[in-house]
Design a protein around this ligand. Structure first.
Ligand SMILES: Cc1cc2nc3c(=O)[nH]c(=O)nc-3n(C[C@H](O)[C@H](O)[C@H](O)COP(=O)(O)OP(=O)(O)OC[C@H]3O[C@@H](n4cnc5c(N)ncnc54)[C@H](O)[C@@H]3O)c2cc1C
Ligand SMILES: Cc1cc2nc3c(=O)[nH]c(=O)nc-3n(C[C@H](O)[C@H](O)[C@H](O)COP(=O)(O)O)c2cc1C
Length: 491
């Protein structure tokens, strides 16, 4: 090939490359425009959801409404205030996160609305009629706070509430009396599982950390690193036997559940064992006994492993009995008693890019989500930098990382692990490491890193969020949230 031909070939290749980059940029913006586009006259169903429940409710509500008129389901952050101004009707389905805060995909919209109310003090949204379904958990002090804040802000901007704010309480285990919840729950992916191993991975008493392995009774469902398993726990067999004896009932007694004859032992497995009244119809009372509440766990494995793994802290009640969910998973469940659990999509914790650096920050049972993200990098053969900052109490009792990730650790050439032990030497928390390594963190961010935080919100997530705000700056952190590069899997 002559020099000229080589030059022409190089130019042609450059042009093809530029055309490809142009096409990718165009399709990216076209996709964004599609996602945000709202046809005129459409009924808007906007959701703000951290772990997908409010999104599922929104989609279900949209199905009900869709029979009557066009409906657009949209994340709150994708909804422009101007679009809302032109709409006549909207339904907001929003959960509450953090300490009474908006979920990440509603935060920007809420800020914009507040700012507008402050600056203009006008009836910007006067033509709009709306209602709000607020999902929350009454175990948190700021119950459904974001739903209330949004309600206030919409009213301030002149919109009219056509119904009182409807609060849905996750801690109430019997919301299934509401048809909506039942339908939304049935849209979740229910599977039957068996626990095959319960391995304690630390050496501490009364705060044991377990790696729990589940096998699917039918085909293994799919999920992604960052997703959640909602478990319907069962009662301990001994507690059930005691209840039956106390009420002089046989486990083999047959009662009709929605017309299906079912042994009493099976009915009691998933119900709160409240006392029966002295008189009245026992069967009807049993059927009204609330279900044990669902318990959420960050999935610690990826489907490529062929099993679903959880990392569970065993909790104890003041009387020494184990917690409802953690006790079931770490102690009572065995491979003989299959149970139901739902794989829940948690899109804000999915990390699509695996060729950019990753900062993993977690403590205690937060190792679950971290393990799943590492597994994903392992199975995608990523060799980008990974920086893992993990906190626990004691270097002697809590050296848990080897048991959790030993199988692949050697394969990660660029994995840097830093431990923070609150009762070690020095006494440190994960946020102390973040402060000390602020420059390095900025360097990771400049190279396009994602940050993923997993573990208890009160104990760790809140402090890490505060520290990241100080180290990177509020605006930069907001931008990372908007770019879906800061993922919070905290509970
Ligand atoms: C999105 C998400 C992901 C999660 N991921 C994980 C995970 O990966 N690993 C993990 O271990 N956990 C995880 N959790 C926490 C988990 O869902 C449960 O909250 C946890 O296992 C405790 O539930 P339990 O039913 O075992 O305890 P419960 O029976 O609910 O008891 C919890 C605690 O409440 C206190 N308590 C209960 N009753 C009383 C009482 N009468 N008086 C005083 N105190 C009382 C006790 O101190 C007890 O320790 C996650 C939570 C969420 C929301
Ligand atoms: C870390 C965390 C913090 C939460 N904080 C609150 C809160 O302050 N107030 C509240 O009512 N519910 C709170 N919740 C409960 C959620 O709002 C509730 O579980 C809701 O159903 C989640 O919906 P989503 O999956 O759409 O995010 C919190 C849940 C988590 C995991």
């Amino acid at each position: 090939m002559t020099d000229n031909q080589r030059l022409l070939l190089a130019i042609a290749l450059c042009l093809v490359y530029c055309a490809w980059v142009g096409f990718m940029i165009f399709s990216h913006y076209a996709r964004q425009r599609d996602r945000r586009h709202v046809a005129s006259g459409a009924f808007i169903v906007a959701y703000a959801s951290q772990t997908g429940t409010a999104k599922q409710w929104a989609e279900y509500q949209a199905d009900l409404l869709g029979a009557e008129r066009p409906v657009k389901v949209i994340a709150l952050n994708d909804l422009a205030i101007d679009t809302l101004r032109k709409a006549r009707d909207a339904l907001f389905v929003v959960s509450t996160y953090g300490d009474g805060e908006p979920p990440d995909n509603g935060r920007r919209f809420y800020r914009a609305l507040q700012q507008h109310n402050k600056q203009h003090n006008s009836a910007l949204l006067q033509p709009l009629s709306y209602r709000i379904i607020a999902l929350g958990d009454s175990q948190y002090p700021a119950f459904c706070a974001f739903g209330e804040q949004l309600d206030d802000a919409l009213q301030q901007s002149g919109a009219t509430a056509i119904a009182a704010l409807k609060k849905v309480d996750r801690a109430q285990s019997q919301p299934s009396s509401s048809e909506t919840f039942e339908r939304a729950e049935s849209a979740l992916r229910a599977n039957t599982w068996r626990v095959t191993t319960q391995q304690q991975i630390n050496r501490a008493d009364r705060r044991e950390l377990f790696m729990v392995t589940l096998n699917a009774v039918q085909a293994l469902p799919t999920w992604q690193a960052g997703d959640i398993l909602d478990v319907r726990p069962h009662n301990d067999g001994a507690a059930m036997a005691e209840w039956l004896q106390k009420h002089d009932l046989s486990p083999d007694t047959i009662i009709a559940v929605k017309g299906t004859p079912t042994p009493l032992a099976q009915v009691l497995q998933t119900r709160q064992l409240t006392d029966l009244p002295a008189s009245g119809n026992a069967e009807q009372h049993i059927l009204r006994m609330p279900l044990l509440p669902l318990r959420s766990y960050s999935i610690a494995s990826v489907p490529e492993e062929g099993q679903l793994k959880l990392i569970v802290r065993k909790q104890y009640h003041p009387d020494g009995t184990p917690g409802i969910g953690s006790g079931w998973l770490t102690t009572y469940a065995g491979d003989k008693e299959p149970f139901c659990a739902y794989v829940k999509d948690n899109p804000l914790c999915h990390i699509a890019q695996h060729d950019v650096p990753l900062v993993l920050i977690g403590a205690g049972s937060g190792l679950a989500g971290i393990r799943a993200q590492l597994a994903k990098r392992y199975y995608t053969n990523s060799n980008a930098d990974i920086w893992l900052i993990y906190g626990e109490q004691s270097p002697q009792l809590d050296n848990v990382i080897p048991a959790a990730i030993d199988v692949w650790q050697a394969k990660f050439a660029r994995l840097n692990i830093q431990h923070a032990y609150s009762r070690g030497e020095p006494r440190q928390y994960v946020q102390d490491i973040v402060v000390a390594a602020a420059e390095e963190l900025q360097n990771f961010i400049d190279r396009g890193a994602h940050i993923y935080v997993c573990g208890s919100h009160q104990g760790m997530g809140q402090a890490v969020h505060q520290t990241l705000t100080e180290v990177l700056g509020d605006d930069a952190l907001m931008q990372l949230i908007d770019e879906q590069r800061y993922h919070r899997d905290t509970y």
